[in-house]
Design a protein around this ligand. Structure first.
Ligand code: AMP
Length: 289
């Protein structure tokens, strides 16, 4: 596995691969790799036009300062780089791109990608500026890595919608591959931030996937007025002493506009909570209803 730190070297390598007729699959991450990230690497390889031996898998690890707000966990975000390198190598990644903030954002850097509507509400409200940071870094990474396709997890559902919208709006020639949420056996969605959870908080956090299941059960029971499902979910989450609710939203999964009545094939439930007392950990999860 090649490891590349410098963006110019990465772009030169990718352009060379393209000239040789190779396709490039890309998995951008912030590291502290877990089963969710590894599933994206598998999806990258199982693309119908991926040809082993010819095509290349590029993963990146970059804890992007632009997408963290003041008071968020930028400095304490886990960075187990040696373990991450070993996982990428074992998973058959051809090239691991590890840029630094100074090389991606040199002092004269002044461009921001901003999407207006899809970034409103949900995490966009709780984390002002977050999606500007995400769209800006993803577009820059796409221009450096030059991928034919790139994999993103449905775990970050609004992020996926933002990236898809940006790619469509700006005619970016990259196919976006959505990948399902990978969960631990107890149901908690895998996240690099789960390492912050104490044993007790982790137990309480299971209320989050269970709340999603509870909503699914209510839909199966024939309830279609989403306003009547919401209080049951709230009660379920707030039965845990250290959980506070950031949002519970039923949205159209394509546009992220809020829904008040269940629509089969369209309704997605998205939840964000904070858990813990001293340094609360923010967790997000979602499900198709
Ligand atoms: P992150 O390192 O948290 O920025 O995530 C990098 C990519 O992995 C994003 O596309 C995430 O949506 C995806 N991802 C993170 N956790 C999971 C998970 N549990 N299941 C599937 N994809 C995930």
């Amino acid at each position: 596995m090649q490891i590349i730190l410098n963006p110019d070297n990465m772009q030169t390598l990718s352009l060379g691969w393209r000239r040789e007729g190779r396709q490039i699959a890309f998995v951008p991450t912030m590291g502290a790799l877990h089963g969710g990230h590894m599933s994206l690497i598998s999806h990258a390889k199982s693309h119908p036009s991926f040809k082993a031996g010819r095509d290349k898998i590029v993963a990146s690890i970059f804890v992007n300062p632009l997408q963290f707000g003041a008071g968020e966990d930028l400095t304490r975000y886990p960075r187990p780089i040696e373990a991450d390198k070993a996982k990428c190598d074992a998973a058959g990644v051809d090239c691991l791109f590890l840029p630094t903030p100074d090389t991606l954002y040199p002092p004269h850097f002044q461009t921001t990608v901003h999407l207006s509507r899809v970034t409103q509400g949900l995490c966009g409200d709780s984390r002002p500026g977050h999606f500007d940071g995400v769209s800006t870094v993803v577009l820059k990474l796409f221009n450096i890595v030059q991928p034919h396709w790139a994999c993103f997890g449905e775990k970050d559902f609004q992020q996926l919608a933002v990236i898809r919208r940006m790619v469509a709006d700006l005619a970016i020639p990259v196919e976006i591959i959505p990948c399902p949420i990978v969960r631990d056996p107890d149901g908690l969605a895998m996240s690099s931030r789960n390492v912050y959870l104490s044993a007790d908080s982790r137990q309480q956090a299971l209320a989050l996937p269970r709340a999603l299941q509870e909503a699914q059960a209510q839909i199966r029971a024939g309830i279609i007025d989403l306003a009547t499902i919401k209080p049951a979910i709230e009660t379920h989450l707030l039965s845990q002493p250290d959980i506070t609710i950031d949002y519970i939203e039923f949205v159209d999964r394509h546009t992220l506009t809020p829904l008040s009545v269940y629509q089969s094939g369209t309704t997605q439930l998205l939840i964000a909570i904070k858990i813990g007392r001293d340094k609360p950990v923010r967790l997000i999860d979602n499900v198709a209803l």
